[in-house]
Design a protein around this ligand. Structure first.
Ligand code: WQD
Length: 342
């Protein structure tokens, strides 16, 4: 059994990864400042697994708080989820995004070096491929130019981690490039709970379905795709979580840097996702066709071969599973985790 620190582990992907890690027999510490999550997630993880993860309220940019965690625990590895992640907001607040996302990573790396912890898994994003690469994206492709500060932080952190590993032969770094994570744990106890108006497609759909939003705006249907709407590689968040489990286990038995796409390799359009959701939930979704959203690409999806070959991991859940589990979470938590507040 290993003891793994999950920064941002109370968030959407972090909490699902915590469940997968605990169920695989690992011990988990969650460090989170609850900026974009809620402490009730810890109770929900315990309800699902029967094990209460060790939770530390922590600003990962604060080296005293992070050092305390390493001083009190024998940590074998770190999965770094903590970071601001709203694409649009990052263009309005670039300094906050660079400060928070880069600073937290540098703080973690400095404390890990102090304590001789060498295994690091990073929550990166397919956005680092940029607009110039043609899908399906392969890890060997050159990174592209990013269209917003959020994406640049992911690209820069990949470079920081690559350089840190080059300077320390004992380090093992896994850069996980996510495609479009959606869905929820099958219990419906944890799921995606964005603050404010959802930026992403699936939480917007589920909030329309549960009556929190009037209607969905489809951002453009005049793209060069079969039905005119953008195509994305949607991946079930539990498949993504299981990919992290494989990655941290590989990190603990290897050295150097590896990049992995975590996607299904199968793109679906916005209209296909709406249809699939309606079939899975039995609820019709009101939508109108609006203007294109700045920065959207017509299509992006993964070549997922390397993760299957080196991690022995492949996404197995279908779009129907993703839609059904998304709806199960939202219908059981119409107001998200806040609904639990007395
Ligand atoms: C998917 C499709 C939209 C909302 C982003 C980030 C990426 C990662 C995942 C963090 C697009 C369309 C959406 C809506 C719509 N984020 N859409 N109406 O943009 O592929 O990726 O989220 O890690 O880094 O870039 O995901 O869900 O926002 O959009 O029509 O109200 O749905 O135009 O075609 P995206 P998304």
């Amino acid at each position: 059994m290993s003891r793994i620190l999950l920064t941002g582990g109370a968030g959407f992907i972090g909490s699902h990864t915590a469940v997968a890690m605990i169920e695989a027999g690992h011990s988990v510490i969650i460090a989170d400042n609850l900026y974009n999550s809620d402490e009730v997630v810890i109770d929900r993880i315990e309800k699902i697994t029967g094990v209460r993860p060790d939770f530390r309220f922590c600003d990962v940019c604060d080296n005293n708080q992070v050092r305390e965690i390493f001083r009190e625990n024998e940590i074998d590895g770190v999965i770094h989820f903590a970071g601001y992640k709203a694409v649009g907001e990052s263009s309005e607040k670039p300094l906050e995004y660079y400060r928070n996302n880069i600073d937290s990573t540098l703080t973690l790396l400095e404390i890990m070096r102090e304590f001789g912890v060498c295994n690091f898994v990073f929550s990166s994003s397919a956005t680092v491929y940029g607009p110039d690469n043609e899908p399906p994206y392969k890890e060997s492709m050159k990174k592209g130019s990013c269209s917003n500060p959020y994406s640049w932080t992911k690209s820069m952190i990949e470079q920081i981690l690559t350089d840190a590993a080059a300077a320390n032969p004992d380090m093992s770094v896994m850069l996980l490039r996510y495609f479009n994570p959606i869905g929820a744990h099958k219990s419906g106890l944890i799921g995606e709970d964005p603050q404010g108006i959802p930026n992403n497609l699936m939480p917007f759909i589920t909030q329309v379905a549960v009556g929190r939003r009037e209607e969905l705006t489809v951002f453009g249907d005049d793209y060069d795709t079969p039905d005119g709407t953008c195509r994305r590689d949607y991946i079930h968040v539990m498949d993504l979580a299981e990919g992290h489990l494989k990655a941290i286990e590989l990190a603990m038995s290897s050295k150097g840097v590896e990049i992995f796409n975590l996607g299904t390799g199968v793109p679906y359009s916005v209209l296909e996702v709406i249809k699939a959701f309606e079939n899975a939930s039995g609820i019709m979704i009101n939508y109108t066709i609006g203007d294109r959203r700045e920065g959207d690409l017509p299509g992006l999806w993964a070549d997922a071969e390397k993760a299957e070959r080196m991690l022995g991991w492949k996404a197995v859940r279908t779009l129907d599973d993703m839609c059904r589990d998304s709806w199960n979470w939202q219908s059981k938590n119409p107001k998200g985790y806040k609904g639990d507040k007395k």
